[in-house]
Design a binder for this molecule. Structure first.
Ligand code: UN1
Length: 493
């Protein structure tokens, strides 16, 4: 199968473009070919989006929202079909793939509801017979750059609020997961979304992204991905005076206090650390544990980690699927080597799986280090794989300090039964998301998603906060006094 760009409501078959294969990370199976587009395809898509936006902005928001309802129904109808492609293309286990499609469905219906809200504000004017209000106005053409780990969910967090608020979209999905984007484009087409409102351009490396960011008609860039790429996006976006929303890495920790329910804590850690093979930006990669319960927690974590079935995510008994590609496998393994060299103690895992069952795919053993110092590389840098570092502390204060000692600030969690500790922690943990008595993953779509410090630049995906990325406030004053009234000029004297 050869995938094509989706531009101006058409499948643009780029015969002149080079294509590369899409590979199933579970078994090396060849799934499709994806085109590598150039600036020319980006320019075409932006032109289509610009033209479409003039009309789209005039469509009443509740009518724009009707398309999102239709998209939601389609996603629902195709849930199993999409989940299976997602597992094949990205590797996450089928149960999680279904969960991700569900996130897209929920986002569609949630943002469709926004079509009948999109609230503005009315405010008393300081002058008599004058009406003042502020409304959300669409910005124009929006460029989306999305990652492979949540190829549907993250795309919906960005595109649906953009579309419902009257913008049009040019979307560059990750080259690792183009099939999901192609399926989304099919849905846009099937529900009759007006041509040019949502466009998909495939590309590898920085060609398409750079062309999008530099294009004068693209006004907003929303990016989720690595910190390394994100800072380049920010730099280029800044130079081109774009509004840029960034969602980047995490180094998320679970804090386990001495009064915690240890079984629950172990289950929460395991799910957040090894689910999606650790490839979530919200994945737990540090466990900060009170010294009184460290040994017991370690025993529970190690024995449960050893029981996790690893393999092809299409097999429903599998709990940990492959990582995305060979480069990811090597990067994870090199962090494990660094951990050993820096003196951390390996409790379990630490290997690339290479027996005949695994040799065609990219599998890494769930790995647990202990006796990790907060300053070690494995406790500071994002590994994006199934590796956790256990750090011992003596108090809640120390736990919070260790949690906050990394450059990222996406998600954190505390397990405790003490309400005072819980409330103190939720206030002092410097992350955009805090969980109490639950792991670090599982964000819901109607709450803002994003982080502090190096995780982002102050914007949020999903939730109503996403509307702030894709709209601008317009203040409107209507003077119905019939005479010249001058604000701020003192008429008394
Ligand atoms: C991501 O980690 O890149 O919170 C997104 C979660 C999911 C989304 C994660 N709902 O785990």
């Amino acid at each position: 199968m050869k995938l094509t760009n989706y531009i101006n409501g058409e499948w643009v078959d780029n015969d002149e473009l080079q294509t590369i294969p899409v590979i199933n990370p579970a078994n090396g199976q060849h799934l499709a070919f994806v085109p590598l587009s150039s600036e020319r395809q980006v320019a075409q898509a932006v032109a289509a989006a610009k033209e479409a936006q003039k009309l789209w902005a005039r469509v009443p928001a509740p009518k724009r929202a009707d398309f999102l309802y239709e998209i939601g129904y389609k996603l629902k109808e195709k849930k199993e079909h999409l989940a299976r492609i997602l597992t094949k293309e990205m590797g996450k286990v089928i149960e999680e793939a279904r969960g991700e499609v569900q996130e897209g469905i929920d986002m569609a219906f949630y943002m469709a509801g926004e079509g009948r809200r999109l609230f503005g504000e009315t405010t008393p004017s300081e002058l008599a017979d004058k009406f003042a209000m502020s409304v959300r106005a669409p910005i124009g053409v929006v460029g989306l750059i999305t990652p492979w780990n949540f190829p549907i969910a993250i795309a919906t967090w960005k595109s649906f609020p953009a579309i419902v608020s009257g913008n049009t979209v040019v979307w560059k999905p990750s080259i690792e997961t183009p099939m999901m984007a192609y399926e989304m484009a099919k849905i846009f087409n099937e529900v009759g979304l007006p041509k040019g409102v949502a466009n998909v351009v495939f590309g590898a490396g920085s060609t398409v992204g750079t062309a999008m960011i530099e294009h004068p008609d693209v006004k907003v860039i929303s990016f989720t991905g690595s910190t390394e790429t994100g800072s380049k996006v920010a730099e280029l976006g800044g130079r081109n005076l774009k509004k840029v929303s960034l969602e980047m890495g995490g180094k998320n920790a679970v804090i386990v206090m001495d009064d915690a329910d240890l079984q629950l804590a172990a289950e929460g850690i395991l799910w957040s650390a090894f689910g999606t093979a650790g490839q979530r930006c919200t994945a737990c990669s540090r466990v900060i544990v009170h010294k009184e319960v460290r040994k017991e927690l370690e025993e529970r974590l190690v024995s449960s980690a050893k029981q996790l079935t690893i393999g092809d995510g299409l097999d429903p008994s599998v709990k940990v699927g492959p990582v995305i590609n060979q480069a990811a496998l090597e990067k994870i393994h090199s962090y494990v080597q660094i951990g050993k060299e820096e003196g951390a103690k390996l409790l379990t895992g630490g290997n690339i799986l290479s027996s005949s069952q695994f040799e065609q795919g990219y599998y890494y053993e769930p790995t647990i280090f202990t006796e990790v110092k907060p300053t070690m590389t494995i406790a500071q840098e994002e590994i994006f794989g199934p590796v956790i570092s256990i750090i011992e502390v003596e108090s809640l204060e120390e736990a919070i300090e260790v949690n906050n000692s990394v450059k990222f600030g996406l998600s954190s969690s505390i397990f405790s039964q003490d309400v005072n500790k819980i409330f103190k922690a939720q206030r002092d943990l410097d992350t955009g998301i805090v969980y109490v008595n639950a792991g670090t993953t599982g964000a819901e779509i109607h709450l803002p998603f994003g982080g502090t410090k190096g995780t982002g630049n102050g914007h949020r995906d999903s939730g109503q906060a996403a509307l702030d990325v894709y709209t601008e406030w317009k203040s409107i004053y209507v003077d119905y006094s019939g005479k010249l009234q001058r604000a701020q000029i003192d008429t008394e004297n």
